[in-house]
Design a protein around this ligand. Structure first.
Ligand code: SAH
Length: 241
């Protein structure tokens, strides 16, 4: 299964990541190895390597390959880090982080989605990522401090607890809304100071408070809908993330 689509993955990395100017070899290698097609619903496997976000059910999306490549690059991981990901979604970004760091804690507020991605990652043999149903707006104090924190949902502002859970020198990435737009911010703790940099304009689903334990949320992939409908909904709702 993993060797399936390896040609499509190599092309995806060359055309959407390398040619777009990203050159961290560890990130490129991880994206060539992680079987992205196994993180999308079966109906959408033929589209798994396209330069777009795709619906993963529960009204959520897997980010497009460039976004995953960019965010993974911006954390500047070397391999020894403990990373917190907020917004597990499909688990794809978490799997990439598991290749780049020593330990990944990934939290997801929709419990059935956390279960689903935990299962996917387990089936693929990942041992260094833990997926938890948890509201990441408070970070994860029990496991803090982290060498790096990546938020993959858009916040109205930086949640107050996150910087205090970041180690000195560590990076925190978070998309923050700015009117109709969203901007990806990178914060770095430097002693008592905090360095803030703005990266690209982006489009993510919102960071929401609270944990959702029931799966009684509208799934955009319910059996009554065709894959085409689900795809169109995603394209309208979330073209860039
Ligand atoms: N990283 C994902 C894509 C992110 S979609 C991937 O690789 O597939 C963003 C996810 O963040 C959604 O699944 C959404 O449910 C989750 N989310 C939103 N608010 C959250 C919060 N407060 N805590 C944890 N997860 C949250």
């Amino acid at each position: 299964m993993i060797h399936e689509y390896s040609v499509a993955r190599r092309r995806m990395v060359e055309e959407q990541i390398s040619e777009a100017g990203l050159s961290d070899q560890r990130v490129l290698q991880a994206m060539k190895e992680v079987p992205r097609h196994l993180f999308v619903p079966q109906l959408l496997i033929p589209r798994a390597h396209q330069p777009s976000a795709l619906p993963i059910g529960f009204g959520q999306t897997i980010s497009k390959p460039f976004t995953v490549g960019l965010m993974s690059t911006l954390l500047e991981l070397k391999g020894h880090e403990k990373v917190l990901e907020i917004g597990t979604g499909s688990g794809y970004q978490g799997a990439i982080l598991a290749h780049l760091a020593q330990k990944v804690i990934s939290v997801e507020r929709i419990a059935p989605l956390a279960d689903q991605s935990r299962e996917t990652l387990k089936n693929l043999g990942y041992h260094n990522i833990t997926v938890l149903a948890h509201d990441g707006t408070t970070g994860y104090a029990d496991h803090a401090p982290f060498d790096a924190i990546m938020v993959t949902a858009c916040a109205p502002h930086l949640p107050p607890h996150l910087l205090s859970q970041l180690k000195d020198g560590g990076y925190l990435l978070i998309p923050v809304s700015a009117g109709d737009d969203q901007i990806l911010y990178r914060y770095q703790r430097r002693g008592s100071e905090v360095l803030v940099e703005q990266s690209v304009s982006c489009r993510f689903v919102p960071l929401l408070e609270g944990v959702k334990i029931s799966d009684a949320v509208t799934s955009d992939l319910s059996p009554t809908q065709t894959g085409e409908t689900a795809t169109e909904q995603s394209a309208e709702g979330d073209p860039l993330a």
